[in-house]
Design a protein around this ligand. Structure first.
Ligand SMILES: Cc1cc2nc3c(=O)[nH]c(=O)nc-3n(C[C@H](O)[C@H](O)[C@H](O)COP(=O)(O)OP(=O)(O)OC[C@H]3O[C@@H](n4cnc5c(N)ncnc54)[C@H](O)[C@@H]3O)c2cc1C
Length: 441
């Protein structure tokens, strides 16, 4: 089949790879100049069933939006979304939603590992995630969450402070630490690097990437059409990403058509994250997708010969502050913050200050902080948690979007599931509750 994928974040690139591997002819449209230029650019890159499945206070047992302590602007649109989110978190819906997320997270991890082996992907990743509990009170608040983990069969170890130091010897002893939960089945990885590698492999299989090309409209049907327009690099910068040379790269290599062009395909897959509602609304599909803004800082690790264990080894979550720390090769990334709606400059300053504080509490002096890069991203988040995966109900149009706080963790599994659905095969996991029909429930 001739298939168009809209969006080249981690979800779109993984989808393009899986479809190309199945023998389809792929064209990927991306309004920015490179892959992973929006939400997939500098996220924390934590994955695994323990990370995805909501269980801890930071991840809020009844909160299917993931590890978010949300700050919400008092605007009608965001309050409506928060209402939907609250209803989705009601106890009677929790077990089913958790089971769906666990299935997809476990399958995604398997698929990521299989691809890493079979494609010999050489990328920055590490095993395990340690949840840090500063006080006895924090640990007590987490108890019900541990019962959830046990019920779901997610392996974890309860550690005292010394145990935490054995897992992460670089942790500062100056910051009080009561205990930790170690999730050996979770992991940390460089999402953007993975997307670049997957793009290369998709291209080797024949996939074409059209950068600086915005899709303006979809035309449903047996041969769905896509109206797209190539823009200058300066115009695509307004979408808020890095204005670096890499993001201008795609432009020079392609001749520019004048004005919008419509091409037809056998299927179109929308992986456009926050760009999706605009494309789907004219066809009667209103997506309750919110931009949940977050922040990260990334800095190179100091290299100190006699302190081999300086800095984190893998992923950590400071439960109190809902901040993650991840090791990405020779760098450390600290991420957190969750703001729905328009935030103020003060909120942002406060969020970055928290990231610095948490890094300084646990790994003081471990990075070259003057070389730190700051990043602001927005998670494409549905009110109930899982992404939307499968047929859209609009002729010829498929969906793989709305991964919220879990796009890195769920991309590989979601892509494989969707490729199977498009190919008319039964996916490897039960996809109940991941489709668009749940929006009508
Ligand atoms: C601070 C922070 C920390 C995070 N930490 C983690 C984590 O630890 N683990 C985890 O799993 N996830 C994490 N996430 C979430 C993760 O980053 C996202 O879920 C994921 O990147 C979403 O991927 P995507 O491909 O759907 O979206 P994107 O990466 O945003 O890609 C969508 C692409 O579609 C393109 N596009 C949109 N509209 C159009 C159009 N009309 N035409 C052409 N192109 C279009 C955009 O330019 C964009 O490149 C974090 C997010 C943030 C903000």
């Amino acid at each position: 089949m001739r298939i168009a994928v809209i969006g080249a974040g981690i979800v779109g690139v993984s989808t393009a790879y899986e479809l190309a591997a199945d023998g389809h002819e792929l064209t990927v449209f991306e309004r920015r100049g490179s892959v992973a230029a929006e939400a997939s650019f500098a996220n924390a890159g934590i994955g695994g069933p323990g990370y995805v499945t909501p269980w801890s206070p930071a991840r809020r047992t009844r909160d299917f939006v993931g590890s978010l302590r949300l700050r919400t602007a008092l605007e009608p649109a965001t309050l409506g979304w928060m209402g939907q989110r609250w209803r989705a978190g009601r106890v009677e819906r929790c077990a089913a939603t958790r089971a769906r997320m666990l299935r997809l997270a476990s399958f995604s991890r398997e698929r990521l590992h299989a691809l890493t082996r079979s494609l010999r992907l050489d990328w920055e990743h590490s095993d395990g995630c340690l949840v840090l509990l500063r006080t006895r009170r924090d640990a007590a608040a987490l108890r019900p969450g541990l019962d959830v983990l046990r019920e779901l069969g997610i392996a974890f170890d309860e550690l005292d402070a010394e145990g935490c130091l054995r897992v992460e010897p670089g942790l500062s002893r100056a910051t009080p630490l009561h205990a930790g939960i170690h999730l050996a089945g979770d992991e940390a990885g460089n999402c953007r690097q993975l997307a670049w590698l997957m793009r290369e492999h998709a291209q080797r299989l024949g996939a074409r990437f059209r950068f600086h090309t915005t899709v303006r409209a979809l035309h449903p049907g047996a041969q769905p059409g896509v109206t797209h327009e190539q823009l200058g690099a300066d115009e695509t910068m307004r979408f808020g990403g890095p204005g670096d040379a890499a993001s201008r790269e795609g432009l020079a290599t392609q001749p520019m058509a004048l004005g919008p062009v419509t091409d037809t395909f056998d299927a179109v897959v929308v992986c456009a994250a926050l760009g999706s509602p605009q494309l789907l609304a004219p066809h009667g599909l209103a997506l309750p997708l919110a931009a949940v803004r977050g922040f990260s800082i990334t800095a190179p690790l100091r290299h100190i010969e006699e302190h081999f264990d300086f800095g984190p080894r893998s992923a950590l979550i400071d439960d109190r502050h809902a901040v993650t720390i991840s090791r990405l090769g020779k760098r450390v990334r600290v991420a957190g913050g969750a703001q729905v709606g328009a935030g103020s400059a003060r909120d942002e300053t406060r969020a970055f200050a928290t990231l610095h504080k948490v890094l300084n509490d646990w790994f003081p002096g471990a990075v070259h902080i003057r070389q730190a890069q700051q990043w602001r991203g927005a998670r494409p988040t549905l009110p109930d948690g899982p992404p939307l995966l499968g047929a859209s109900g609009i002729d010829g149009v498929w969906l793989n979007l709305g991964h919220g706080t879990n796009g890195f963790a769920l991309a590989c599994g979601s892509a494989r599931v969707l490729a199977d659905q498009i190919g008319g095969r039964a996916p490897a996991i039960d996809v109940e509750g991941l489709g668009v029909s749940r929006l009508r429930d």
